[in-house]
Ligand binder design. Structure first.
Ligand code: SF4
Length: 355
């Protein structure tokens, strides 16, 4: 394993030259120790600021259809046989989806992600989503819409593009070698085909990964380089939320510094891509979310598909505290000021100390 200082120098040179980085150098980033963490963050931050300045893209999720999926993705709370007590409902009406989306846009989101559980849409579903895209754009002019409906069949990518989808999300999630460990009902190649179909139809390809599912460092590097090879414009990086009632229940492999290294590795593998901090950021990065903004240029505002995120106002405070500006707003949200509170507990009182 190369020393991380040398690896970071080679990764920066590769990024400057637009060259594909060496997998061994990316693995060195993941294997670096805590004393080297700020060097790793700084190396990734250079490319984040070069390509995106101080802007943070805010994305807002609307789960159009939740739960009861026939596929068996191990990490998913909506999978076949999931005992996770997530919301289950069928298609939201276009009006309801547009109303939900408008709340996110008012909070600063510039992209709305319309997601539906399932293996993939029927042609009738595609038409239904087209009506929802129209309603969202009508209610929130100028917003980008990304559709995430699963595997696409013949002609469906082109039809979604005609119906106004600006982007299509379909995550690779893990490496080709590890894919059979997380799902048996479809393949890595199926996923690649859908991302390629989306790009071929003129939609911006959005595809990312999930970390913390038992994969190796080599798997993480392989999927990061695979996403580069696919030309993913935006790359959501999810940290596993191991829902009770799913096969990965109790899988807690991540800690905040590990998450930062993973984000930095993805950035250095994809210097100019929109790297999006996605599900699990509050749970796994905790107090280091602010440092992660030095690496990523995009987050989800508010809640996720089946889990709650932190309050949207805390997301905006996180961005303001980093001196950054949401791309959907003209200026930074105002700083959050906490009132100074006089101590009334612990020493000198009869109340318990704050410890
Ligand atoms: S296809 Fe999508 S909704 Fe269905 S189990 Fe897999 S990740 Fe979950």
């Amino acid at each position: 394993m190369p020393a991380v200082t040398d690896a970071l120098a080679r990764l920066a040179a590769a990024a400057d030259a637009g060259a594909v980085p060496e997998a061994a150098d990316l693995e060195a980033v993941l294997a670096s120790d805590d004393a080297e963490l700020m060097d790793v963050v700084a190396a990734a931050a250079r490319f984040r600021f070069r390509h995106f300045g101080n802007r943070v893209k805010l994305n807002y999720l609307v789960n159009l259809k939740s739960g009861l999926c026939p596929e068996d993705c191990n990490y998913c709370s909506q999978r076949l046989g999931s005992k996770a007590e997530v919301l289950k409902y069928t298609w939201l009406s276009p009006e309801e989806a547009a109303s939900q989306a408008a709340a996110g846009v008012a909070g600063g989101a510039s992209r709305v992600c319309l997601v539906a559980s399932g293996r993939g849409p029927t042609d009738m579903d595609v038409e239904r989503v087209g009506k929802t895209i129209a309603a969202v754009k009508n209610a929130s002019p100028g917003v980008e819409v990304c559709a995430c409906l699963g595997l696409l069949g013949e002609g469906q990518a082109g039809r979604l593009a005609e119906l106004g989808a600006d982007a299509y999300n379909h995550n690779l999630n893990t490496s080709e070698d590890a894919y059979a460990e997380i799902c048996s009902t479809h393949t890595f190649a199926d996923r690649v085909d859908t991302v390629n179909a989306a790009r071929g139809a003129g939609m911006s390809p959005c595809s990312g990964l999930i970390a913390g599912m038992g994969e190796s460092d080599a798997d993480l590097v392989a999927v990061a380089l695979g996403l580069r090879g696919l030309g993913a414009d935006s790359i959501p990086v999810n940290f596993l939320l191991p829902f009770d009632g799913t096969p990965l229940e109790g899988t807690w492999e991540l800690h905040p510094r590990r998450c930062l290294r993973i984000l930095a590795m993805v950035r250095l593998a994809n210097p100019a891509a929109e790297v999006r901090l996605a599900a699990g950021r509050e749970v796994h990065l905790r107090q280091l979310q602010g440092l992660a903004l030095q690496i990523v240029n995009s987050i989800f505002l508010g809640d996720y598909l089946t889990s709650e995120g932190q309050a949207a106002k805390d997301d905006l405070a996180l961005i303001a505290d980093a001196g950054m500006v949401p791309s959907g707003l003209a200026e930074a949200p105002g700083a959050v000021r906490e009132a100074v509170r006089v101590r009334r507990r612990g020493a000198g009182t009869d109340r318990a100390p704050n410890a």
